[in-house]
Design a protein around this ligand. Structure first.
Ligand code: ZN
Ligand code: ZN
Length: 417
């Protein structure tokens, strides 16, 4: 981000410089005065402006920690107005030049220098609009500061990600993770005023156990993301030839997740959907080299799919439920542009196998929770209360107690012993 802002500033200043020379040449032509004096005053004017802007960005206290977050708004303002600062430097240089060195020049020339002096101010407006996306990201960061502070209170509830075991996700995937700040900078897909609902689509056939879980998963997503969850009418899952295969170990049918995302979900994505997630009992795979995937979601297109097919392998009802909820919330998180978490053992961390899924908590870590609170604009304490009520209602009493403790931690400064 820092390098980027520096580059944009530099490009901006070069453009200003070129414009200044152009104006000076036009003025030279109109007024018929010596060319070199104009070029010199204009060059001086913009060079000083450029140096001031550069110095502002590079040398003022805190500027170099731009991407680390704080003190964010202070630097954001400086950067926003760097073009104006360049203009002020230009005014100063032009004044010095006019009054102390070239005071004998004609009125036309003075008028021309004044005109050129105004240019950076005009350009600073257009510069602001060209970087409006970046400005939006910066505003989001300033807004996220309070969130970042309160969310620290739940840190003691989470285990930092240790060294991956042999078959863990991170042993075979080199992932950088994604902090809350990085998330905000990535201009994430989030619910808007027009898109406030999560749609769940049951796809294919389900056994009784699996069917019962659909409504429960919907309730959980509602509490987890604080958005209305709507169940769509079930659909059949046809899987034409290149989009399905027989798994060589299990000998059962597998459907390519990408086919479901692109061919089934994208065409029926409702206009008011913040996300559309399909739930299927069919086994999924992502490409020829993978054995299977639990689910897959698009970071940009607001569609995702998750499979129940392997989640009930050799286990009790409660573990099956927890696995289902974890995968559902995880895939939905991807649809809100959340990437895999590598900082903590977190619901948003990638998992390679069920042992790894089971090890992960039924909740997102502080970094990922900050993202959720930011995108849903929910009050964190109330969210934990709702998640506790959900867990208690569905027989997950240990999770309910944990959510209660987190809610209490948000209320006061109580830390877990
Ligand atoms: Zn994932
Ligand atoms: Zn996380």
């Amino acid at each position: 981000m820092f390098i980027l802002s520096l580059m944009v500033s530099a490009v901006l200043m070069v453009v200003l410089f070129a414009l200044g020379i152009f104006m000076a040449l036009v003025g030279n032509y109109l007024a018929g005065t010596p060319r070199r004096s104009y070029l010199f005053s204009t060059g001086l004017f913009f060079s000083i402006g450029f140096l001031i802007a550069l110095g502002t960005i590079v040398f003022l206290p805190g500027s170099l920690s731009y991407s680390n977050g704080e003190p964010y708004s202070f630097k954001a303002n400086l950067w926003d107005y760097s073009a104006v600062i360049a203009g002020v430097g230009g005014v100063f240089a032009a004044l010095v030049w006019q009054f102390f060195v070239r005071s004998r020049q004609s009125r036309q020339e003075v008028a021309l220098v004044c005109l050129i002096t105004l240019l950076p101010f005009a350009c600073s407006d257009s510069a602001n609009s060209t970087v409006s996306n970046m400005t939006a990201a910066r505003e989001a960061k300033a807004e996220g500061k309070e969130l970042r502070d309160t969310i620290k209170k739940i840190e003691p509830f989470f285990k930092p990600m240790g060294k991956p075991a042999a078959y863990d996700w991170l042993a075979s995937h080199n992932e950088p993770g994604q902090t809350f700040d990085e998330y905000l900078s990535a201009q994430p897909t989030k619910p808007t005023t027009e898109r406030q609902r999560i749609y769940i689509l049951p796809l294919g056939t389900f056994n009784r156990n699996q069917e019962n879980l659909i409504g429960v998963a919907a309730d959980y997503l509602e509490a987890f993301y604080d958005l209305t969850v709507v169940q769509m009418a079930p659909r059949n899952l046809t899987s034409p030839a290149p989009s399905s295969r027989q798994n060589r170990f299990t000998r059962t049918r597998q459907v390519k997740a990408r086919y479901i995302l692109d061919e089934v979900l994208k065409p029926i994505l409702p206009n008011d959907a913040a996300a559309l997630i399909a739930l299927t009992a069919d086994d999924l795979y992502s490409n020829e080299s993978t054995n299977y995937v639990f689910g897959q979601a698009s970071i940009e297109n607001r569609v995702g799919v998750w499979s129940l097919s392997r989640l009930d392998d050799n286990t009790d009802k409660q573990t099956f439920l927890r696995r289902t909820l974890k995968v559902a919330a995880h895939e939905t998180g991807h649809m809100f542009s959340m990437r895999h978490c590598t900082k903590y053992e977190c619901l948003m961390s990638g998992t390679n196998n069920l042992a790894e899924t089971d090890r992960r908590p039924l909740d997102a870590c502080p970094e990922c929770t900050a993202k959720i609170c930011w995108l849903s604009e929910v009050v964190q304490r109330e969210r934990y209360d709702r998640l506790a009520a959900f867990s208690r209602k569905n027989g997950l009493s240990r999770d309910a107690d944990e959510f209660d403790r987190k809610s209490a931690a948000m209320r006061t400064d109580v830390r877990r012993p």
